[in-house]
Write a protein that binds this ligand. Structure first.
Ligand SMILES: [Zn+2]
Ligand SMILES: [Zn+2]
Length: 895
């Protein structure tokens, strides 16, 4: 669409209309939802971390939920679409240090600024439900829930080797350590290992349910479910005991019990109690353990280890095998002890080669395996696949799976399941988080802060290199709730993932003073129907939130809600114009603020939604932004011209009713199509349909004086279909069309495609394509008249028979008495159809085909500048009719 200067005069001024409609929505409480609503549609975006400014990723994330929430609201749903702030965390402490302020003031300033930016984007939230996790009104419930969890036996204090970031001076969860180099997720510093006492949530108690119920989360992307499955890492195996010298039986866990006859050495983790016992009388072992404990995880390779001088007895063979202490055995995985089978495990193989230990093959490929037993040389490399047993005494020839089962009983073992999932360490040695509500008394040990003393509020921020809570002496010193003696507060705060594990429940009753949320309402309103956010949360946030939800249900706080999010969408990235991730160093970032100022929020929203489906990434495109901008302005112009009585031309073609019928059908079809696409989150397809409708309306008013009802309904439909994505411009159009109410609250257009719409659309498309072919091939410069002749009834009958004939089309057709009357012609046509029996689509009956062509004739007239005549088989020249088939009218073009 090109734009003339005259049209431009009618453009709206986004800097005027956007704030005006934002105020109007706010005053009309459009986005507020009453507490007494029953089971509203719950649409939620992952709440933002309070960095102070929105980036394009946020804009995309929130545009998706806002568009969907607005769509559902117009469809008559009551919609819960809240917003809040993930406002605890280290960056606020760092910002406070840099700016010589405190985390609270800094965070509150960030929240104010981000709230303004969200409002400027036109996002419709129920701000009455706003929450910030750094407010005592919120985090007191983290403390209360901590105590509830503790009562349920889900809180433990464990000494553990933790990931320590020396730069952030904080402990990191495993999930916060990135890549093989094991770098801090925030600052990319290599992490170190430290042993500390920490508070843990025993999420492992829920490992099996967290894994199992993934199968039922049909509304989640498969990749996220797979990432969680891998993270939980269930391993079915067995445990058996090896006697280790005078130290007694040592349990091992293995998933490959079938290889037990090939065990040639035994390994203990440095932290294993038996290793520690041996170290008491063995300096070499003691030295190794000390060295291993101090080393960074990546400093030692898999061959690092020391022989203890002790031997373990293999229960399968009765053989004595040497016992090593080796760092590659992890203390907290399995039992911290293992028997090693170098022939069938790569890690064991490497270790055996380095320490010159025997390698004995006990499994070889089965006959139907890809590998040839002759090609396997376990002295060279481990063969880790299943197969059949060899060198296993009486068990030779047994299949691996069978052996695993049988050996459990044979060697007094137990079937056992292990998970990679570890308990969730929630202690953070930082200030800006929820204080853990515990007090340490020298006599009583750890004592809970009584409910009546909650919340334990954060003291004033102290500038220090360590943990500011540790330095807050006055705050730290307290008395023991049990014995009244002097005692100290726990100075660790909670991982901020605790905050985000239940915030979606708090939105149901944000002001609640007696409980974290209203149990009855949360039970009714949860789960979230549509949850949208980044893929980076696939494991941590989404797993913890699932864990919390299950525990809260077990605490009878959300009746029967065991999963928090029914449908999940991970939006793709918005890349820079150069196709790279937006970054400061590349200078390819686009500021939402600048786009709002220059083009308006609607343009940004429309461009983002048209660019790709939500899950796909796309590159920023100034042309795309321009196109979205002028499209909105041009639709508005069309509406405004109509409102001013300036639509249409003087032309008054006699087929005016047909044209109106055609347009009316397209309006209905567009509404139906766009509705289905909105439902499926394919907003770009919906918007493409709206663009096509607008283009049709434009052609309509160029061709004739449009029928007022039809044309206005077309404009209103376009405005409504645009309203979820470009809400300000849509309100402006709606008002221009004379409505006093808000389009945000208007009824979504009735969405049913007209009968046989698809067949009709296909007919028109094919016919226009055929005309173009003829004009091109014959080289017709200036067509005067185009005649379209519809095929006679009997050809439709042949088609029907052909579609239902089993193979013998011609035979079936010629058995029909009426068709036999058509003689050769029927046989020939039947032969023609038989040739393409696979693709005989159903077609409109002749009179409906004729009506459809008459309705669409005006489009052909406009395209080719010729008169169009549609003829019935009776009216048309018999020679011409002879060339017509069902769904393929005969075409005659006169120059
Ligand atoms: Zn760090
Ligand atoms: Zn005490």
């Amino acid at each position: 669409m090109t734009t003339t200067g005259e049209e431009r005069e009618r453009w709206f001024d986004h800097t005027e209309i956007e704030p005006r409609w934002q105020r109007t929505w706010d005053e009309a409480d459009v986005f507020r939802i009453d507490d007494d609503e029953t089971d509203p549609e719950y649409v939620l975006a992952m709440f933002p971390y309070t960095s102070g400014s929105l980036h394009m990723g946020h804009v995309r994330n929130y545009t998706i939920t806002d568009a969907y929430a607005r769509f559902e609201r117009m469809r008559g749903e009551s919609v819960l679409h809240p917003m809040g702030w993930d406002s605890f965390g280290l960056p606020a402490e760092n910002a406070a240090e840099e700016r010589d302020t405190n985390p609270r003031d800094w965070t509150m300033q960030c929240i104010d600024s981000m709230r303004d930016q969200l409002t400027e984007m036109g996002f419709g939230y129920d701000w009455d439900r706003e929450l910030a996790t750094c407010e005592p009104e919120y985090y007191q419930w983290n403390q209360w829930l901590f105590k509830q969890f503790r009562e349920e036996g889900l809180v433990e204090r464990q000494a553990a080797e933790l990931n320590w970031c020396p730069s952030c001076e904080t402990v990191l969860a495993d999930e916060q350590v990135e890549g093989e180099e094991e770098l801090c997720w925030r600052c990319d510093t290599p992490i170190e290992a430290r042993e500390m006492d920490q508070w843990f949530f025993t999420i492992t108690d829920y490992a099996e349910e967290l894994l199992e119920s993934l199968d039922d989360l049909d509304g989640w992307p498969n990749n996220v479910r797979e990432m969680q499955r891998n993270w939980i890492g269930k391993q079915a195996g067995a445990s058996v005991a090896f006697e280790v010298g005078e130290h007694g039986a040592v349990d091992i866990f293995t998933t490959r019990l079938d290889t037990i006859h090939g065990a040639t050495f035994f390994s203990l983790a440095p932290g294993h109690p038996v290793a520690q016992e041996i170290a008491e009388d063995n300096d070499e072992v003691a030295e190794y353990i000390e060295m291993a404990e101090e080393a960074d995880e990546d400093e030692l390779d898999v061959t690092s280890g020391v022989f203890t001088g002790e031997y373990a007895t293999n229960p399968a063979t009765g053989e004595e095998i040497p016992v090593y202490v080796a760092d590659y055995v992890l203390t907290d995985v399995g039992t911290g002890a293992l028997y090693a089978v170098p022939a069938h495990d790569e890690r064991d193989h490497e270790f055996a080669e380095a320490h010159d230990i025997d390698i004995v093959q006990v499994v070889e490929p089965t006959d139907d395996a890809d590998a040839d037993p002759e090609d396997i040389d376990v002295q060279e490399a481990a063969y880790p696949e299943d197969g059949v047993l060899v060198n296993s005494g009486e068990f030779d020839g047994l299949a691996s799976a069978e052996a695993r089962d049988r050996f459990v009983e044979e060697f007094d073992g137990e079937h056992r399941t292990e998970y990679n999932l570890r308990d969730w360490g929630i202690s953070r040695q930082r200030y800006w988080g929820t204080p853990i509500p515990m007090i340490h008394c020298d006599d009583c040990g750890y004592v809970e802060v009584p409910d009546e003393d909650l919340p334990v509020e954060l003291p004033e921020f102290v500038h220090t290199t360590g943990n500011p809570l540790d330095a807050a002496e006055e705050w730290k010193q307290t008395t023991c709730p049990d014995c009244g003696a002097d005692a100290v507060r726990e100075t660790d705060t909670m991982d901020t993932f605790v905050d985000s594990s239940w915030y979606f429940m708090r939105y149901t009753s944000p002001g609640m003073e007696a409980a974290p949320f209203d149990a009855e309402r949360a039970s009714d309103w949860m789960p979230v129907d549509q949850y949208v956010g980044g893929i980076e949360h696939a494991v941590m946030h989404l797993l913890y939130a699932r864990f919390f939800t299950k525990v809260l249900d077990d605490l009878d706080m959300v009746n029967g809600v065991r999963e928090p999010f029914t449908n999940l969408t991970n939006q793709g990235m918005v890349l820079g114009e150069d196709g790279n991730k937006m970054s400061k160093s590349l200078g390819n970032g686009v500021s939402p603020q600048r786009i709002i100022e220059e083009y308006g929020a609607d343009t940004a929203r429309l461009f983002i939604m048209e660019a790709a489906q939500p899950e796909k990434e796309f590159a920023w495109s100034p042309e795309g932004v321009q196109s979205a901008h002028s499209f909105l302005q041009n639709v508005y112009t069309l509406v405004s011209e109509y409102a001013d009585g300036e639509a249409g031309t003087d032309a008054d073609p006699e087929n005016g009713d047909d044209i109106a019928d055609y347009v009316a059908r397209e309006i209905d079809a567009t509404a139906a199509n766009a509705t289905a696409e909105f439902e499926d989150f394919r907003f770009n397809h919906a918007l493409q349909a709206v663009r096509e409708l607008v283009s049709l309306l434009r052609r309509y008013q160029e061709a004739t004086t449009p029928d007022a009802d039809t044309f206005e309904r077309g404009l209103a439909t376009a405005a409504k279909l645009l309203a979820p994505v470009a809400p300000h411009a849509a309100e402006e159009m709606w008002a221009e069309l004379g409505h006093d109410d808000l389009i945000a609250e208007a009824e979504w257009p009735a969405a049913e495609a007209p009968a046989d719409y698809e067949m009709e659309r296909q007919l028109i498309e094919n016919t226009r394509e055929d005309i173009r072919d003829i004009v091109d091939t014959v080289g017709i410069e200036d067509p005067q008249t185009i005649t379209l002749a519809v095929a006679p009834e009997w050809k439709h009958r042949v088609l029907d028979l052909a579609r239902n004939a089993d193979g013998n089309v011609v035979g079936t057709v010629m058995q029909d008495e009426e068709l036999r009357e058509q003689g050769e012609a029927a046989a020939d046509f039947a032969k023609e159809l038989a040739g393409r029996a696979q693709s005989l689509d159903e077609q409109l009956p002749p009179e409906r085909e004729q009506a459809a062509l008459e309705r669409a004739a005006w489009l052909v007239e406009r395209e080719f500048g010729a008169d169009v005549i549609v003829q019935s088989p009776e009216e048309a020249d018999p020679d011409l009719v002879g060339k017509a088939g069902p769904g393929r009218p005969a075409i005659d073009i006169e120059e």
